[in-house]
Design a protein around this ligand. Structure first.
Ligand code: AHR
Ligand code: AHR
Length: 497
């Protein structure tokens, strides 16, 4: 058996882990909202029409922040369509997904949904067909005390108290030719700056997110990011990253090294942020918001043939996809000095590890890594040193077989270690070595593993790949050895002094 060493030191920290790294994204697309979150005719719905089985699964995953209403949908959305008496809301053709939007779920229903799962709402303002005025009006509608037009409109809709929405996306993927009302970089920078300025005049406590490049394959990447930031720097607090991973070439070794690419993406934009801050001689900081990330490549349609709640992009996730998701979460911890928000796209049915049917809910493989990391990563991310055998990949050359992150919470003394073994063949005996602050004991351990990278959970076999509780290793003199099977994700939690 191969061996590896993982060196941990509770004082060797990277940064405090932003709780907002465990966020989700819910778009009016396919069956995310309708038949996913909101299904008033379902026997599983509560008095607000929210599906209770979905709510329970979302609570289990502890989403801290929730992005809404899009996505591409945002760029054609008039938020006024989705508020007020439901029988007076218009049915519209949605040009992002060629679907019919009934508007039975809108901003206020979304806020109620966020409260039900204890998640902070993150709203988007339309920078496609929308104006800087409609953006500012939505902030007034949501956050202003009553006494003026839009705040009173909110009160007349049954919500006297302001919603106090803190996080605001200024548009979505405005560089994409697929975007309704796509803009050139300087045009967008200017529109975003003016929108954010008005939005913050309404409520100076909000934080705004500027659209970065839609992905790192855009011809304008990372120039778009630099230009938009240089124009809007002082008015924004985050730059968005979007990325969808996939194994299109069926090259599993490279796919399982996706963390390398994720880190490069963050590093490039981190460099861009530092450059713009220096160039502007600014004291203001802007961080990264990875507010769309997920595995998406299996090719379901994305156009809805003018149906309501069509089946779009309902991905099936297997073991290798779950191991990529686990690495993504490791990268969030390892880059916690600059990454402050992340939202998985999306939370149910659309590109999601949760799938609904009229009679139930399926938790796919990657549900489990997210749940483990979002439940156990607390305090500070640790700068872990890993010595591991390497794995050969065609895309990234030799990469370490183990991908690791760790956290330590000085307040509780609790820690967590997250280990992916990307080797498809080799079990590894990994020695955990605490250089400082060895824990008193292990609390628990879970492992998600399998021998077939394509194995998935299905309605007939819903628990084929889950995170199973395993025996904790023995701790002696600040050291412990754990057996890590190939193709696995292990979570260990520790209790400290
Ligand atoms: O999440 C699905 C879509 O992917 C979003 O609407 C868009 O922003 C991205 O291209
Ligand atoms: O499917 C339409 C667009 O194509 C998506 O929003 C984008 O991510 C992709 O490039």
């Amino acid at each position: 058996m191969s061996t590896a060493q993982i060196f941990l030191d509770r004082n060797r920290t990277i940064a405090a882990i932003s709780p907002l790294l465990f966020g989700g994204f819910a778009e009016h697309m396919g069956r995310c909202i309708y038949e996913g979150i909101y299904d008033p005719k379902s026997p599983l719905a509560d008095e607000n029409g929210l599906r209770t089985d979905v709510l329970d699964a979302l609570r289990e995953q502890k989403y801290t922040v929730m992005r809404y209403p899009g996505g591409n949908f945002l760029s054609g959305y008039n938020w006024l369509d989705g508020v007020g008496p439901k029988d007076q809301r218009p049915r519209r053709r949605d040009l992002a997904w060629f679907s019919i939007e009934s508007n039975q779920f809108g901003t206020n229903e979304f806020i109620d949904f966020c409260r039900a799962i204890d998640s902070a709402p993150m709203l988007g303002v339309n920078m496609g067909t929308g104006t800087i005025q409609s953006a500012a009006d939505l902030v007034e509608y949501c956050n202003a005390p009553t006494g003026t037009y839009y705040a009173d409109l909110r009160a007349s809709h049954g919500y006297k108290d302001p919603h106090n929405v803190k996080y605001w996306c200024v548009g979505n993927e405005m560089d994409g030719p697929w975007q309704i009302g796509a803009l050139e970089m300087a045009e967008y920078g200017k529109k975003a700056r003016e929108a954010a300025k008005m939005m913050k005049w309404h409520d100076p406590t909000i934080e705004t997110i500027l659209c970065g490049s839609s992905n790192d394959r855009m011809p304008t990447y990372p120039e778009w990011d630099r230009v938009a930031l240089e124009i809007a720097w002082e008015q924004v607090d985050y730059l968005s990253i979007h990325y969808y991973a996939g194994n299109r070439e069926d090259d599993t070794a490279s796919y399982l090294a996706s963390a390398i690419q994720f880190e490069e993406y963050v590093d490039t934009l981190d460099g861009t942020l530092r450059y713009v801050k220096a160039k502007r001689r600014s004291k203001h900081d802007v961080y990264l918001s990875w507010d769309e990330w997920q595995v998406w490549y299996k090719g379901d349609p994305t156009r809805g043939n003018w149906q309501e709640a069509p089946h779009l992009a309902e991905e099936s996730y297997n073991l290798e996809d779950a191991l990529v998701v686990a690495q993504w979460l490791n990268v969030f911890l390892r880059k916690s000095q600059v990454l402050k928000i992340a939202c998985v796209a999306q939370i149910v049915n659309i590109i999601s590890w949760l799938q609904t049917r009229a009679d139930g809910l399926l938790k796919q493989t990657s549900f489990y890594p997210f749940k483990l990391v979002s439940n156990h990563a607390r305090g500070h991310a640790l700068d872990v040193l890993v010595k591991a055998p390497s794995v050969e990949t065609s895309k990234f050359g030799d990469v370490p077989a183990l991908d690791v992150s760790a956290s330590y919470d000085a307040e509780t003394g609790n820690g967590a270690i997250f280990i992916v073994n990307r080797s498809q063949t080799d079990a590894i005996a990994a020695e955990l070595i605490w250089q400082d602050g060895e824990p008193v004991t292990f609390d628990a351990a879970w492992q998600l593993a399998g021998s077939d990278v394509k194995a998935a959970n299905t309605w007939d076999d819903p628990n084929a790949i889950t995170a199973r509780s395993i025996a904790v290793p023995q701790m002696a003199n600040g050291k412990a050895t754990i057996q890590i099977p190939p193709l696995s994700f292990t979570t260990l939690t520790t209790r400290g002094k």
